[in-house]
Design a protein around this ligand. Structure first.
Ligand SMILES: [Zn+2]
Length: 123
């Protein structure tokens, strides 16, 4: 164990305030934000739980770690958002002329459902 490595070894956080490990020395159960993302997770509002310090370009570099057990699945559309989306899609199936809900989207080029379009005089 070299001296600078030892300086970055503080698993109890007594020196740095949060548990601190050297590169490659973090125990299981921690992940960086990028590592969380590759697992389909996000920090989920938890504070930084630990850090990795290493000597890099320009001095000491830090990477922040989050606890895997507190991570949440990546955000998907909320129920309210999903309702809004399906309502918007449904609205595109309602004919502005007759007000009927059709099985298809009202063609923008016609501006009305096919029934209305076909019923137009002169067609
Ligand atoms: Zn119609």
């Amino acid at each position: 164990m070299s001296r600078f490595r030892a300086a970055y070894w503080d698993p109890e956080g007594t020196r740095y305030g949060i548990p601190t490990f050297w590169w490659g020395g973090a125990p299981a159960g921690y992940a960086t934000r990028r590592q969380l993302r590759t697992r389909g997770l996000r920090p989920g509002g938890q504070p930084v739980a630990a850090q990795i310090l290493w000597r890099g370009v320009g001095g000491t570099r830090a990477a922040y770690l989050y606890r895997l057990d507190l991570a949440r699945p990546k955000r998907t559309a909320s129920p309210a958002q999903q309702r809004a989306i399906s309502a918007a899609l449904r609205a595109r199936r309602i004919c502005p002329a007759c007000g009927e809900l059709r099985d298809y989207y009202i063609p923008r080029s016609l501006g009305e459902c096919l029934t209305c379009y076909d019923a137009r005089p002169g067609r």
